[in-house]
Design a protein around this ligand. Structure first.
Ligand code: AMP
Ligand code: MG
Length: 281
């Protein structure tokens, strides 16, 4: 078990049966350490993650089609960007395939909602990262009735079938839903307004979205209830403490990569022969 954890993070953060309304967003489920312990541990575990990701990349270069896809969902300011910068930022960018999903473009609107998702899927050996995802099509779309319920309702089952297909093809899905409190969001939005280096993250519409908080909570709850499957479970991350959410996602990724039981690819040449050739070259 990872140091300072009383439960494996995959168990402590499992969405199964969890009610978002009861979630303490400042909690650190399964983690016994404090912020200082987390900082030391983060550095240590980032090294482990980086080593595993290099192995995944090396295997991909040797034809292995397996990969890992991190799916990040959360309200604005939940810290999705921080995960990308601070967790994914600790691994070799060559092996990272990052995609973010915003309001669909005119072209995307002409297609099925999974069209842009399929196009962005990582290749073998890549660590894929989705900053928002196909789940927006049962979150923002449901909350704002962007399409009628007859259209979004079947999407839960369709998403499960889609993810089953990905898993069958050798993808490990790490689905992470990050939750901050309404107060914490207010503080983070205020910070964006107080710091010129954060203006770029601020969108006036984020304030309007706060009025829909209960509707989003409900949409997130239904999403967890209906799309947390055995083959692609959701993890719920209390995200008021950034140091915890980063450590938690690091551990979930390490766990996913460990499950691949990766080795370094074997040489496709005779090593001794190549050494002899090199000596004479
Ligand atoms: P951000 O992640 O802050 O860049 O914001 C992206 C915005 O795009 C968010 O407000 C999302 O709700 C919105 N968005 C993402 N996917 C969809 C979608 N399928 N339909 C409508 N809005 C979406
Ligand atoms: Mg935003």
């Amino acid at each position: 078990m990872a140091k300072h954890w009383s439960l494996p993070p995959t168990d402590a953060l499992r969405a199964d049966g969890l009610r978002i309304a009861d979630l303490d967003t400042s909690g650190t489920p399964g983690f016994k350490g404090d912020k200082k312990a987390a900082a030391a541990l983060q550095a240590e575990r980032a090294e482990v993650l980086s080593g595993l990701q290099e192995k995944l990349y090396a295997n991909g270069r040797s034809g292995d089609s397996r990969n890992v896809l991190l799916v990040l969902q959360g309200m604005d300011t939940a810290g999705k960007g921080g995960i990308v910068r601070h967790v994914i930022g600790s691994v070799d960018p060559q092996g990272v395939d990052h995609a973010s999903f915003g309001v669909p473009t005119e072209e995307e609107k002409q297609h099925h909602y999974l069209w842009r998702i399929r196009k962005a899927l990582p290749r073998g050996g890549q660590l894929g990262v989705f900053d928002r995802s196909h789940y927006e099509d049962v979150l923002v779309v449901r909350v704002h009735n962007l399409v009628p319920s007859e259209v979004w309702e079947p999407r839960y089952e369709e998403i499960n079938a889609f993810e089953q297909e990905l898993v069958d093809q050798g993808t490990i899905l790490v689905k992470v839903a990050m939750f901050v409190s309404l107060d914490e969001q207010k503080q983070r939005l205020m910070e964006r307004l107080e710091r010129p280096d954060k203006y770029w993250k601020f969108n006036p519409a984020d304030i309007d979205e706060r009025a829909y908080w209960p509707a989003y909570q409900e949409a997130y709850q239904v999403m967890l209830d209906r799309t947390s499957t055995e083959f692609a479970p959701w993890h719920v991350i209390p995200a008021d403490r950034k140091w915890f959410s980063r450590l938690a996602v690091t551990e979930l990724l390490i766990n996913a990569l460990d499950r691949l039981k990766l080795d370094w690819p074997t040489a496709k040449f005779e090593v001794e022969e190549q050494k002899r050739r090199l000596e004479q070259a």
